[in-house]
Design a protein around this ligand. Structure first.
Ligand code: CS2
Length: 493
């Protein structure tokens, strides 16, 4: 604790900005909203909101302010914190001995959809909103991994079809917002998915059309003809905020912020330029526009996100709690390097002007950044939707070309061992996944036999039919149960 009184983050702070913190100098009151963003979590606040803040601060842009929206019950804390702080928050970038803090001013409003869905619909209907961007997480698109189609049995999707006035998923909001535009004869907004899915725009389009086709086929047709869904690749490692970050911001920068965000210095955003109703000039602040997103998203999701998952599950089982500890552990380095070099890189292809060797070297440095204290459990969250996007497609492609799969399969085996819910010393493993109950039951009851889990086609598709994969998985899972995580890591390195 410190005895200096810390300054609350709010509009008043900007009138007398502290010397050690960069603050917006643009006039926030004169900003016009242009983007409505659903899912204002830490990633959005360290990434897209920062790009927009840069655009307002350095290029005099005024018409693309962000109107933030939360649609999940767990967004209640963000709603409270942001609205109490005039939608301002502290972003700290940290690496080595360097740490810098700035106040981000690009969020003009924040509406909590769980309490006020009608307010969100009204905002979406307003033609001044030209883009609705999304960070809905990998699971937020509710599609069945086996078929790629919207899962109509998903409880959120069912709720939104039955109760269009109080949606719980992106679909209910997007459908109602776009329908109001259509009925008013107004131009639609672009839907910009910023989630870690390959072809995230196409996934958003496919699932939204399937949703609308249930009871609003005319709307579906209108969306298909008029709405753009650019694909994009987003990147910035952003840990969750805990009291340690709040205390750090208080003691280091003398700021009292209920929800600061800490991130690494690196950031990347590659976007397809297919917006249907204008866009901000993000290229002025470091975003890259491209006509072919495929190699970029493959590079990022298959290398960064997959290696993250491999570190998360196995690292947690080995007793580590932070990603930097795992990335720095001598016993992990060869496994991670070989996983990327031998089993993933041959699938990524080439990107003009990008050296994958450099990219991977940089990744290892980023993972090893101990100042941001990225939590292994953050990475281990939502495995049921991350595994099919980050890891399983590489296994499927390697199987097709008769290539190596051991290190990728170790990640799946570690996940299944993690889902058991008790570590090697009998301590509880906190499983944070919408499917936790079902998966934990299967993992606990069947131990080293992965077959009942592999039968979950909504996660594994038809990978469970591959003899080679199944026997490899059985071998590694048995090894994990019999010899423990450290020995299995050694066996696979
Ligand atoms: C992580 C990502 O959640 C995860 O599993 O891999 O959140 C990762 O930190 C970001 O995609 C980095 O851009």
């Amino acid at each position: 604790m410190t005895n200096i009184t810390s300054l609350p983050v709010s509009g008043a702070l900007l009138k007398k900005p502290p010397k050690n913190v960069k603050c917006p100098t643009y006039d926030r009151a004169s900003l016009q909203p242009g983007i409505l963003h659903i899912g204002v979590g830490n990633f959005h606040r360290s990434h897209q909101a920062l790009y927009m803040d840069d655009l307002f601060e350095s290029h005099g842009v005024k018409d693309w302010a962000i109107l933030g929206v939360g649609i999940m019950a767990q967004d209640a804390d963000m709603n409270r914190a942001l609205n109490a702080q005039d939608r301002l928050y502290t972003l700290v970038e940290k690496s080595g001995n360097n740490a810098s803090a700035r106040i981000i001013g690009s969020l003009k409003e924040y509406v909590f959809g769980c309490e006020k869905p009608e307010d969100v619909f009204k905002k979406m209907a307003n033609p001044e909103i030209k883009i609705v961007s999304l960070t809905a997480t990998e699971g937020g698109y509710c599609f069945h991994q086996g078929t790629g189609e919207l899962d109509l049995k998903n409880p959120g999707v069912q709720n939104d079809l039955k109760n269009p006035d109080s949606p719980r998923t992106i679909f209910g909001y997007l459908a109602e917002g776009l329908d109001r535009r259509r009925k008013a004869g107004a131009a639609p907004f672009t839907v910009l998915s910023c989630d870690n899915l390959q072809h995230n725009g196409e996934v958003a389009k496919r699932t939204l059309l399937a949703f609308c086709n249930q009871d609003r086929p005319d709307l579906a047709k209108w969306i298909e003809r008029n709405v753009a869904f650019p694909n994009c690749m987003v990147d910035r490692i952003t840990p969750g905020t805990t009291n340690a970050e709040r205390e750090y911001v208080r003691t280091t920068f003398n700021l009292d912020d209920a929800f600061p965000v800490v991130a690494e210095p690196f950031k990347q955003w590659v976007i397809e330029d297919t917006f249907c109703n204008g866009r901000p000039q993000l290229e002025k602040v470091g975003a890259q526009f491209t006509s072919d997103i495929t190699p970029y998203e493959k590079m990022k999701i298959r290398l960064l996100n997959a290696t993250h998952s491999a570190m998360g599950y196995l690292g947690y089982l080995c007793g580590y709690r932070y990603i930097y500890e795992i990335a720095q552990a001598p016993e992990f380095i060869p496994y991670l390097k070989n996983l990327m070099d031998e089993e993933i890189t041959p699938l990524v292809g080439t990107i003009p002007g990008v050296s994958l060797t450099e990219y991977k070297k940089r990744l290892m440095e980023r993972f090893a950044n101990e100042t941001i204290r990225d939590q292994a459990l953050r990475i281990c969250m939502d495995g049921s939707s991350k595994m099919p996007k980050f890891i399983l497609p590489s296994i499927a492609e390697q199987l097709e070309r008769d290539g190596p799969i051991r290190k990728l399969t170790l990640c799946v085996a570690s996940w299944i061992r993690f889902l058991h819910g008790k570590d090697e010393d009998g301590n509880e493993i906190p499983i944070n996944d919408p499917q936790a109950e079902r998966l934990n039951k299967l993992a606990r009851e069947h131990g080293d036999n992965p077959e009942p889990l592999l039968a979950c086609a909504d996660i594994f598709g038809d990978l469970g039919k591959s003899e080679r994969f199944v026997s490899e998985l059985k071998l590694l899972l048995k090894h994990l149960y019999e010899n423990g995580a450290h020995a299995t890591l050694k066996f696979c390195s």
